[in-house]
Design a protein around this ligand. Structure first.
Ligand code: PEP
Ligand code: MG
Length: 316
C-alpha cells in the first residue's frame, strides 16, 4: 500500500500539463538540446544556426572559398543531428543562417565581412543567402543527408523574407540539391519583416508548410527601433498596437489557410502576450528552454479561460 501510495504521489507530481497549443523550445547550442527535450517540449520551433558557425570558428564563406563544402555540410549535419536525435520524432525547425555581418567578423575568414552602418537593416537572412547560394545549398544538403539517415523530423525555416519571390528562389535551390520542398521536407518561413506580415496571403498562395513569427525582428522593424541600440531600447515593445495587429493578422490568415502558425520571438515568453496569442489562435509557442514550464502553464490557463468563456456564453 505504501509503495502504491508513493507511486501515486510520483505520478501526481509528474503529471504533464496537456495543452492543445504546442509548446516548443528555441535551441541555439546543440549541447543544450538534451535538457530542452527533457522539459517535455513538443519540438524545436527555432534551431538557430549561427552558434554552430561561431563554434566551428571558420566563416562559412571560407569553407566554400577553400573548396571545403563537404566539411561545411558535415559540420552542420553533425550538430543538427544532436538536436534532431534529442527530439526525435518531434519536429525540429532548422532555421537557415541568419547572421548580421558584425557577428561573423571575428571568425577565420570573417575579415572580409562588409562593414555596414546598420547591420540590422543589412545583409542578413535569406537576402544574404540568395546572394551566396553556395552556403544555402550546403545547408540544404546537410538537412537532406540527415533525412536520408532517418531524421525525417527536421523542417527548413527561412528567415527574414520580405517578398515571396525569395521563398520561391530558396525552394528552387533546395530542389536543385535533390531535396524537394513540401514533398521531401517541410518548408516554412519566419515572419519578421512587416512587409511579410502585410502580404502574408501571397506567401500562403505560393505554399508554405508553416509560419513562425520572429517578433524580436518584427518589433524592431515595425517600430524602427534597432534591437541592439541601448539609446532607443525604451521604445522597444512587442505590445505596441501596430506589432500586435501584425501578429494577429498573420495568425488569422494562417488559420484561414490551415497553415500552422508559431511564434519563436521573446514575446512568446511573456505571459500576458501568450494569453493573447492563444486567443488569436496560435498553434505553437516556442521559447527558451528555461521558460518552457511557465509558458506551458500560461498556455493551459489561456486555453481553459477560452473554453470557460465559450461555455458560459453558450449557457447564457
Ligand atoms: C526573432 O527575430 O524573433 C527571432 C526569433 O530570431 P532572432 O532573434 O534570432 O533574430
Ligand atoms: Mg530574427
Amino acid at each position: 500500500v505504501k509503495e502504491e501510495a508513493a507511486a501515486q504521489t510520483v505520478v501526481a507530481a509528474e503529471a504533464p500539463i496537456l495543452t492543445v497549443t504546442e509548446v516548443k523550445a528555441n535551441v541555439s547550442m546543440p549541447e543544450a538540446a538534451e535538457r530542452a527535450a527533457a522539459t517535455g517540449a513538443d519540438g524545436v520551433g527555432l534551431l538557430r544556426t549561427e552558434h554552430l558557425m561561431l563554434t566551428a570558428g571558420v566563416h562559412p564563406g571560407k569553407f566554400i572559398a577553400d573548396g571545403r563544402e563537404d566539411e561545411l555540410i558535415d559540420t552542420i549535419a553533425d550538430n543538427v543531428q544532436i538536436v534532431a536525435d534529442a527530439f526525435y520524432p518531434k519536429p525540429v525547425w532548422y532555421r537557415t543562417l541568419d547572421a548580421p555581418t558584425d557577428e561573423f567578423i571575428t571568425l577565420e575568414g570573417g575579415e572580409n565581412e562588409p562593414r555596414e552602418h546598420n547591420p540590422m537593416l543589412g545583409w542578413r537572412g535569406i537576402r544574404r543567402e540568395l546572394d551566396q547560394p553556395e552556403i544555402l545549398k550546403c545547408e540544404f544538403k546537410a538537412i537532406k543527408k540527415l533525412h536520408e539517415k532517418g531524421y525525417t523530423n527536421i523542417g527548413i525555416m527561412i528567415p527574414l523574407s520580405q517578398s515571396p519571390a525569395e521563398l520561391v528562389k530558396a525552394k528552387e535551390l533546395c530542389a536543385e540539391v535533390g531535396f524537394i520542398p513540401h514533398k521531401d521536407v517541410d518548408f516554412g518561413m519566419m515572419v519578421e519583416i512587416p512587409a511579410a506580415a502585410i502580404i502574408i496571403d501571397e506567401y500562403l498562395k505560393i505554399g508554405v508548410d508553416f509560419v513562425s513569427l520572429g517578433t524580436n525582428d518584427l518589433t524592431q522593424y515595425t517600430l524602427a527601433v534597432d534591437r541592439n541600440n541601448e539609446f532607443v531600447a525604451k521604445h522597444y515593445t512587442e505590445e505596441h498596437p501596430a506589432v500586435m495587429k501584425l501578429i494577429e493578422r498573420t495568425i488569422r490568415k494562417c488559420a484561414e489557410a490551415g497553415v500552422t502558425c508559431s511564434i519563436c520571438g521573446q514575446a512568446g515568453s511573456v505571459p500576458h502576450i501568450v494569453e493573447k496569442l492563444v486567443k488569436f489562435g496560435i498553434t505553437s509557442v516556442s521559447s527558451n528552454a528555461d521558460a518552457i514550464a511557465e509558458v506551458r502553464k500560461t498556455v493551459a490557463r489561456a486555453e481553459q479561460k477560452i473554453i470557460l468563456e465559450a461555455a458560459r456564453k453558450r449557457l447564457e
